[in-house]
Design a binder for this molecule. Sequence first.
Ligand SMILES: Nc1ncnc2c1ncn2[C@@H]1O[C@H](COP(=O)(O)OP(=O)(O)OP(=O)(O)O)[C@@H](O)[C@H]1O
Ligand SMILES: [Mg+2]
Length: 547
Amino acid sequence: MGLSQTDSPILNNRWSDEVNGMENGGKVQAAETILSMENITKIYSNGFIANKNVNFELRRGEIHALAGENGAGKSTLMKVLFGEEQCEEGRILYKGKEVKIDSPLSAIKMGIGMVHQHFMLVPSMTVAENMVLGLEPEKAGFLDKEEAKKRTREVSEKYGLEIDPDARIRDLSVGLKQRVEILKALLRGADILILDEPTAVLTPQETVEIFQELKRLKELGHTVVFISHKLGEIKEICDRITIMRDGRTIDVRMVDEVSEQEISRLMIGRDVLLKTDKTEAKPGSAFLSVKNLNYTDAAGQKILNEINMTVRKGEILGVAGIEGNGQNELSELVTGMKKNRSGQILIDGEDISRKSVREIRELGVSHISQDRMTYGVVADAGVADNIMADRYYRKEFKKGVLLNRKKICKETDQLILEYGVKCDDREQPVRMLSGGNMQKVVVAREFSSDPKLVIANQPTRGIDVGAAEFVHKKLLELRDKGAAILLISADLTEIINLSDSIVVLHDGAVAAYFEDAKTIDPVELGEYMLGIKKMSREQIGGAVHEQ
Ligand SMILES: Nc1ncnc2c1ncn2[C@@H]1O[C@H](COP(=O)(O)OP(=O)(O)OP(=O)(O)O)[C@@H](O)[C@H]1O
Ligand SMILES: [Mg+2]
């Protein structure tokens, strides 16, 4: 059922009230409690208690961080608030009155909007069509495209968030898709906007932009819930923080009065090393060699241009760059997921041009893809099947022609324990896990296959600080065992902390090479990433080592 026109907040003029509020009072004071969730207990159908007596309170006009380790219950609590999940106990007070939020539609009617951890747009449709989905302004039974476009333009102008109403969702960058999600919620009159890990998928530039957008929303009197594992971002943009652990609220603080170290201690229950200690690398011969690699996509756009680089055994080569400069294509070409390129890719001296993804894996290559939902996991399959997907056919897991279930189970359970995957048991479908725990399933599989080459594309995306510390330690362990590691990350701190050498990709070409990552000045690195500076061919040539 769609919203009828009279229900539409736009036509009800809710916005003009806000604007008047601005004129009268200037900046809205962040004092009045707009919403409180009291003693919320949420039990999933399998009996799992994801929220236990949680209290959560929002003040009008604040940006409120919700933090906690993977599986702490953050998304669940927000789904309860958005009416997507029903709680077993507790109550919600909105503007002083107890309310029942039994569906997203009733949340939207009240002025609560949510942008999910995994987006929910229809890729084949245009921005305007997605914007009005569910509240379609119909003309004689047909979707009125002009009206949809008009409304999209109105809301985009009002909030200063530029978007092309005619663009197809599938052609938009992640940052723009997210902007559509935010506009969609605003079009429906969201006073309270819940953003579930909005920056996990953004480039640093897009993050700067969304922060400006959030500040503007705050000025207009909107209240924002901001879920993130990036403590620096929380410090930068949020006013208060609620910290959850194991389904409970641990603490609520003013962000100014709590350090990053303290936040992570409250989240994890122990001290976390926010910076990884590492020993000097002892690089051996080249294991992955990329020679004059060119790649043009299906639309005829040149994505990679004459890439030359090597990753040696026992080193971590970091690829720094703003997302969308060819990093994903590079990792997909090396792992055989993309073909049709010119140039050469050698793994352990073997040309991989005619090899399948599986044959390449069998050379000892493991791959953490940046898009875990599409390439990393089979959401409906269980944790065990996902972890063992790459090896169940091996001899060691067979008993004659049959699978050796017992051995498979034992190995899976051990990996679940070692990687701290929070799940009921090994058979639980992966779609029931929290976002960060899905990522841990991928990491557990890819790191435990005794790899000789690891292509780690955004390995810590969406995982909490404690788990990120663990992944970093594991990467270094693999390096010290002699694996060659190609680390791609949008997180500059991660790249600088972990890499032994660094290449910078800009516009599909190598813009710089630093043999010794320790000597790098982050500002200079940024200049190469943005294309302000480029090294000479000779300097870049250093990125190529002998086999
Ligand atoms: N549909 C479901 N059925 C059963 N259990 C679920 C379901 N959805 C989530 N859970 C469990 O509830 C717990 C909390 O999950 P939730 O998604 O709220 O965590 P989160 O704090 O958002 O974590 P992350 O930081 O990884 O996104 C997890 O252990 C998860 O496995
Ligand atoms: Mg979550």
